[in-house]
Structure formats: C-alpha cells, structure tokens
Design a binder for this molecule. Structure first.
Ligand code: AMP
Ligand code: MG
Length: 414
C-alpha cells in the first residue's frame, strides 16, 4: 500500500497544466492569467485632487491661520469628470471636488475643512484659507497607481476580485487564462437513484455525484455529470466512454477489495491502473490510472471517504491543471478534545469542528466517524490528521488540522 504523499505525487505526475483561452473578466474568477497585462493608460489619468477643497498656489497660503486667514478669489468650480478652464494665478483659487483634475498653475489643494467653505457654501467668489499648505498637498499624481506602459499583472497570477477590478480599471473586458478542466463524474451502484426521480423502497439517492460536482465547481473546474452506471459492464463502459472528452474522470465505487470489482476489471481492460490502495483512513480503496489517455480517479463509494479523498487527490489535480502553484490546503495546529486510536498504521483524517478561543485553535470530532454519515462532513470544517506511526492521540494533544474552507491561496505548501 502506498502513502498519501506517494499517491498524490503519482496523480500529479499524470496531469498537466491545460491550454489557454480568452474569457470575459467576470468568468475568469479563480483562473490563472495566461498573459502579461500591460497598461496603455495612466491611472489616475491626470493629476487630481484627493479631497474636496480649493486648488491654490501654496505660496498664497504662507502664514495663513484661523486668526489670520488669506482671502483668495474663486475663479471656477471643477467637478470629477470635467476639465478646468481657468489657470490658477497668484491670489486666486479653484473650487475642486475629489477626483477632479488639478488646474494649471495650482500646486496644492486646501481641503474645505481648512477654509470658511461652510459659511460660503460655494456661493461667494471669495474664500478664506485658514491654514498654510505645502506644495503637492492632497494631489494624486497622474500614473501614481498605474503608469502607462508598465506591466500591471503578470502571467501566472490567480484572478481574484481585486484583479478583476484592476483589469476593469485598464478597460480590459476579456483576458487570456488557463482553461478550466472538465471533470466527468460517474456513480456506480444498483441502489442509486438520481435526485430527479422518485425514490423506490430500498433505494437511495445518489449524493456522491452532486457533492463531487459541487467540489469541482468550488475548485474552479467544470463538472460533467455522466449519471449512474448500473451493476453491469455494458452500462459502465457506455457511460465511461461519454466522459472520454473530459480532462479527468472521477468514478465512485467498485474498486474496493472483496467488493464487486467490476470497475477495476473494466479499468484494467480500458486503460492502465497505476495504484489502487492508499494507506489512509477513510479512503483506502482509491484507484488511479488512465482510461484511453484520460486521467482517472476511482474514489470510494462511501459518501464521506469519497469527499475526503476528493480533497486529498482530485482537488490538487484540478488546481494543477488550472495552472495554480499553491495546491495545499492550509493546516493549523489545534488542541484536540477527543482521543483517537489508530489501529492499523494508516493516516487518519477525522472530521472535526475547529474553533478559535482566546487565540488558540480547538478541534473536536464531529461524533460518530462512520464513513456513511455524510451529515458529519456538513458539520466539519476541518480534518484532523493522525500520522501513520501514531498509535494513539490523547485528548489535549496538539494535532494538525487541514482547514476545508480555507483557500489554498494563502500559499502553504503541500
Ligand atoms: P460500498 O463502498 O459499496 O460499501 O458503499 C458504501 C455506502 O455508500 C453504501 O451504503 C452505499 O449505498 C453508499 N453509496 C454508494 N454510492 C453512493 C452514492 N453515489 N451516493 C450516495 N451514497 C452512496
Ligand atoms: Mg459495498
């Protein structure tokens, strides 16, 4: 049986970064930029004011104070988006609103609060300046944020809301990105019924397909639902073939030892099995290989084992295909509230609720750790990791916890 690390390394060695495509910026959230983005404009485009106030020649304010104001003549009002018409000369000022361009001749802006604006309300052609300002005060320089011709975002950058904003500020409506992987999902089992159908006695709804599809979406892929293969080879092969135009195939079931091993038989015939058990719990019966060239992950059928193995293996594979560099879920150290016994030297991943109290993380197990109890995954926000060589974790021990809802982008390595 191979270790979790060996399994992951193998899987990652079988998937490559995908090709590029161009998309509207809002569709690219979470994708990786495939081009360097240069700016063809200055941002801000012109010197402008950071405050509502009066654009002046700073010399005119020297010595000004509450007690000894300097009175200037107001020559015009400029709002954001309009251009000044008059030049500020000695003894004059332009009333100016945040974001509006600085008129010629002015070298600083006195904010309204440092004038008697409140008394005059812009209705007078005189303004009293109540403090002295230095040249440059309250002026945002053209190109201060982005300089024309400079590289603003580099290829490889993950597009977050801030990058969408930066791209929009440059007037870019679409960009080149690494494309999202299409992940085909197939469930197997005669007891399964799709959620669109009524539920006959003795059957259960197929939840694995939907939890996987949701995970694929969460990590940026495009799920392709192949449906449920019945317990016969023909049904399985037909559906598998419908997934061969995807970037990765995920099947659930039929790979565990002593189980109905049809999936494994079909895999052996249709492709290559690289490995099919991993030293972990849950999730020992994990198969990986290729079916007609498409990387294939055969995950356990148990809904919990299934989601846990997805997080460990399918998630990093999807992220790698998307061109991401940070593939590891962040882990933290927490004080555990329950003992855990490791009976057979496997890596245990136990569902836990993590809370922070007085600056310290505490983890408690979600209760019964049966792999069929999917609601325990819903309770959990972390997976407590018990190393293979640790036979017993005591209550109060410090353990590593993988944080399921934290982003890989915090940059912790696997
Ligand atoms: P098995 O690995 O065949 O022993 O299945 C473990 C448990 O998972 C059984 O109770 C199955 O009914 C259940 N199960 C298998 N596939 C799915 C699925 N796609 N959705 C929900 N439960 C499933
Ligand atoms: Mg079974």
């Amino acid at each position: 049986m191979i270790s979790v690390e060996q399994a992951l390394e193998k899987i990652l060695s079988y998937v490559d970064v995908l090709g590029e495509e161009e998309h509207p910026i809002l569709d690219c959230l979470g994708q990786v930029l495939a081009e360097d983005i240069y700016s063809s404009i200055n941002i801000p485009p012109l010197d402008n004011t950071a405050m509502d106030g009066y654009a002046v020649q700073s010399r005119d304010t020297y010595g000004a104070s509450q007690q000894s104001p300097r009175v200037l003549r107001v020559i015009e009002t400029v709002t954001a988006g309009s251009l000044p018409k008059c030049e500020v000369e000695t003894g004059t000022a332009t009333r100016i609103m945040t974001g509006a361009p600085i008129p010629k001749g002015a070298d600083s802006v006195v904010r309204f609060e440092d004038t008697d604006e409140a008394l005059r309300k812009g209705l007078s052609d005189k303004i009293s300046i109540l403090c002295q300002v230095d040249a440059g005060l309250n002026i945002r320089r053209a190109g201060e944020d982005i300089t024309k011709g400079s590289i603003v975002l580099s290829r490889g950058k993950v597009i977050r809301p801030s990058e969408v904003g930066v791209l929009a500020s440059l007037g870019r409506s679409s960009v080149r990105v690494i494309r999202r992987p299409v992940v085909a999902i197939l469930a197997t089992g005669g007891e399964l019924v799709d959620i669109e159908q009524p539920l006959p006695t003795g059957k259960i709804y197929d939840s694995n397909t939907y939890s996987t599809a949701a995970l694929v979406l969460r990590y940026g892929g495009i799920p392709k639902i192949l449906g449920i293969a019945l317990d016969n080879e023909e049904s399985l092969v037909t559906r598998l073939h419908q997934g061969l135009d995807s970037d990765m195939l995920i099947t659930t079931g039929g790979v565990s030892m002593g189980d109905y091993d049809m999936v494994r038989d079909v895999l052996a015939k249709e492709g290559e099995i690289v490995f099919w058990t991993v030293r972990m719990k849950p999730g020992k019966p994990l198969a990986f290989g290729k079916i007609r060239g498409v990387p294939h992950l055969g995950l356990p059928r148990n809904p919990v084992s299934y989601m846990v193995t997805f997080e460990l293996y399918a998630r990093p594979a999807i992220l790698k295909m998307m061109g991401k560099k940070n593939l590891g879920k962040p882990t933290i150290e927490a004080v555990i509230g329950n003992p855990i016994v490791n009976t057979d030297g496997r890596r245990i991943l136990a569902r836990a609720v993590v809370e922070k109290r007085s600056g310290q993380y505490f983890a408690r197990l979600t209760g019964a750790q049966g792999s069929g109890i999917l609601t325990s995954m819903s309770l959990a926000n972390g997976l407590v990791i018990v190393p293979e060589d640790k036979a017993q974790v005591e209550k109060g021990d410090v353990v590593q916890v993988m944080m399921l809802d934290w982003s890989e982008e915090v940059g912790i390595d696997i």
